[in-house]
Design a protein around this ligand. Sequence first.
Ligand code: ZN
Length: 125
Amino acid sequence: MKPGRELDALVAEYVIGYECVCDEEPVDCPIHAYNDHYTLSPYSTDIAAAWRVDKPGWVWEFQETSHDLTATLYPSPQARIEAMANYPILPEGVALVRREWLDDKATTYACVRCLAALRAVGAEI
Ligand SMILES: [Zn+2]
């Protein structure tokens, strides 16, 4: 999935925890309403917004090569220790996402961070 509004909406719902209220008050939905009152944070395109895509205990690692970026997201510090002890087998619950660089490096970081977070919470992407 590419960075953009669709990915931002998934992050808002499944990672940040906003509730969709389109059935009752579509104009006020914090995820899907496109009005002046509720503007969805650009999690997948803005690195400042992407830093808020996080949960207590999560441990992030990023690895760059000349052609791609890999994020490894551990659900807890303990999971990271287990992963190191059992290398190269990743324990259950660890999310690993690799993407080729987009035109903009910061956007690539934002997008990969969102994708890893969604995978970590078990959301289908
Ligand atoms: Zn909605």
